[in-house]
Design a protein around this ligand. Structure first.
Ligand code: HEC
Length: 262
């Protein structure tokens, strides 16, 4: 009979423990369907925002609409770059497309920042059939955007559609009162918030060291409650438990806003 050296078992059990440790984190990545739906949401939001600028007739109106639509597009592009970049985990089946979408999102951000709405719209239109990137690598996203980007710039994506957002903030509040969102929609909300949580590790409001520690705690709480919310989409969950999960997320938003929002 073959004897397997003790060392083999030791190494294997380390490997298994390592896998068990890393797999839950991977489960937080968007599935193919979720990713497609997220990109579709952002593409539509961007198209609508550009249309609003086009429709403005007076120069004054164009400037006004351009400002809010531009902020909406930039925020949407940042969040899109975030959830796309997060998908790059060394899986050749998904990385190429994820990196390509991320790079388009960065282009869209730049176009909107330059007031080139036409270029932003063109890029958004092409998102659905963008060609996979040949050498996909996860990148440090913070370096892709201006250094003076604020938390508000990132979170505008959670405002109402009239403000060129995806309604996430209102959805979180409403579902905390009465949960009616379908699992597929809950997942999209969660992925957007997790992208924001990643940005909030670098894009921060406080200045002092003590404040920075508090900020990190607020952000960590937002991330952990959002991960719990995302987990509800993978198992049978009652409406009342779903409402509780949303309420916990909302409490984490409010806690940070109380201290840091103007
Ligand atoms: C770690 C802190 C922090 C957390 C957590 C946080 N936010 Fe924010 N949020 C901010 C700051 C700071 C601003 C910008 C305030 C300013 O400069 O006006 C902001 C702004 C916003 C805005 C922009 C529009 C506005 O009203 O000014 C929205 C929308 C928003 N947050 C939604 C959310 C939602 C939804 C959550 C929870 C899922 C959340 N935020 C969690 C810090 C946070």
């Amino acid at each position: 009979m073959w004897r397997i050296p003790a060392r083999f078992w030791l190494v294997s059990s380390f490997l298994l423990a390592g896998m068990a440790f890393f797999c839950p984190a991977e489960a937080a990545d968007a599935t193919d369907d979720e990713f497609k739906a997220l990109v579709d949401q952002d593409a539509k939001l961007i198209a609508k925002a550009v249309e609003a600028v086009d429709k403005a007739t007076t120069a004054k109106d164009k400037k006004l609409v351009g400002k809010s639509a531009g902020s909406g597009i930039k925020s949407s592009a940042m969040i899109m770059a975030g959830y796309a970049n997060a998908r790059i985990t060394g899986n050749p089946a998904v990385d190429g497309k994820a990196a390509a979408i991320r790079d388009e999102a960065i282009k869209i951000y730049k176009a909107a920042a330059e007031g080139n709405f036409k270029a932003a719209a063109e890029a958004a239109k092409g998102l659905a059939d963008v060609k996979a990137s040949a050498n996909p690598k996860k990148i440090d996203l913070f370096k892709q955007f201006p250094t003076d980007v604020t938390s508000k710039d990132v979170m505008i994506n959670f405002m109402k559609p009239a403000q060129y957002g995806t309604n996430v903030e209102a959805d979180v509040i409403a579902n905390g009162k009465k949960a009616t969102a379908k699992p597929a929609d809950v997942a999209l909300i969660a992925h957007r918030l997790l992208a924001m949580g990643e940005y909030s590790k670098t894009i921060i409001k406080p200045v002092g060291a003590k404040d920075i520690a508090a900020w990190k705690e607020f952000n960590d709480k937002m991330i952990s409650t959002t991960e719990a919310l995302l987990a509800t989409t993978k198992k049978k969950t009652t409406a009342s438990d779903l409402a509780k999960a949303f309420t916990a997320v909302n409490a984490s938003c409010v806690a940070c806003h109380e201290d840091y929002k103007n």
